[in-house]
Design a protein around this ligand. Structure first.
Ligand code: CTP
Ligand SMILES: C[C@](O)(CO)[C@H](O)COP(=O)(O)O
Length: 233
């Protein structure tokens, strides 16, 4: 199966509150976007990447790709108001049979995780990287009171990449648009159609850079990863 990636980087970074949008923030001397794209560049299954950016940031993204010497990014296109809109724009610009959808804001993804998602989707149809929830999760009544405690052993914190048949995911997006359904990840759009999505156990280190404290945590995790690589040589 040939695989392409849609990397969504068209958010606003409201919760980060930085002057620059998250993909252009520095992490261990490189941009968040460079770290993210490198994992896809290294992945032997991925032939092409569509990068979806905030309108007006195409040149900034292109500069990073050129400096880094990345060669799989075939298009840099503007995204939409919501993540769902940005993903759909990327899907429409891609032509591969399989698609990996990934948040640019997850720069610690590895090419091994990308490959594992591809293999699981080839076997089961769709797949998403996820980690078991560590905390006990409560459901609130919306007024500050706890009403329920879901069984923790059934709960997973879902990450990206998520891997699908591109046509199937596009169809799920179209149906959601027609019915006004919104989703914070792509797996949700197939879940609502009753499709099976395999869980690929990922790594807690594949965190999403969301709020300011995430950057120093990501720096520490990267340093640990590189330290390990050096010790293993
Ligand atoms: N309209 C949007 C919204 C989000 N994203 C992307 O989806 C990923 C996950 O979104 P999130 O981390 O929530 O990013 P932001 O929307 O930038 O953050 P915030 O919600 O704090 O504004 C990010 O890589 C972000 O760039 C996107 O491409 N288009
Ligand atoms: C897709 C996602 O990464 C799964 O954890 C996440 O839902 C996207 O982030 P957002 O903050 O909901 O936009």
């Amino acid at each position: 199966m040939d695989w392409g990636a849609v990397v969504v980087a068209a958010g606003r970074g409201t919760r980060m509150g930085a002057a620059d949008n998250k993909p252009y923030l520095k992490l261990a001397g490189r941009t968040v976007l460079a770290h993210t794209l490198e994992a896809f560049e290294r992945s032997s299954s991925v032939s092409s990447i569509i990068l979806v950016v905030t309108s007006g940031e195409q040149r900034k993204a292109a500069e990073i790709i050129s400096v880094e010497g990345f060669c799989k990014v075939t298009l840099i296109i503007p995204g939409g108001a919501e993540r769902q809109d940005s993903v759909y724009a990327g899907l429409a610009a891609l032509s591969t049979e399989g698609v990996l959808v990934h948040d640019a804001a997850r720069p610690l993804v590895t090419s091994e995780q990308i490959e594992a998602c591809c293999r699981a989707a080839e076997e089961h149809g769709s797949a998403a990287l996820a980690v078991p929830v560590k905390d006990t999760i409560k459901v609130s009544d919306g007024n500050g009171f706890i009403v329920a405690t879901p069984e923790r052993r059934t709960l997973w914190s879902v990450q990206t990449p998520q891997a699908f048949s591109r046509q199937e995911l596009m169809q799920a997006h179209r149906e959601a648009q027609e019915e006004g359904a919104t989703a914070t990840d792509d797996a949700m759009l197939l879940e609502r159609l009753g499709r099976k999505i395999a869980i690929v156990q990922g790594d807690y280190a594949n965190l999403k850079i969301t709020t300011p404290e995430d950057l120093p945590i990501a720096e520490l995790l990267l340093a640990r990863r590189h330290g390990k690589e050096i010790n293993n040589d």
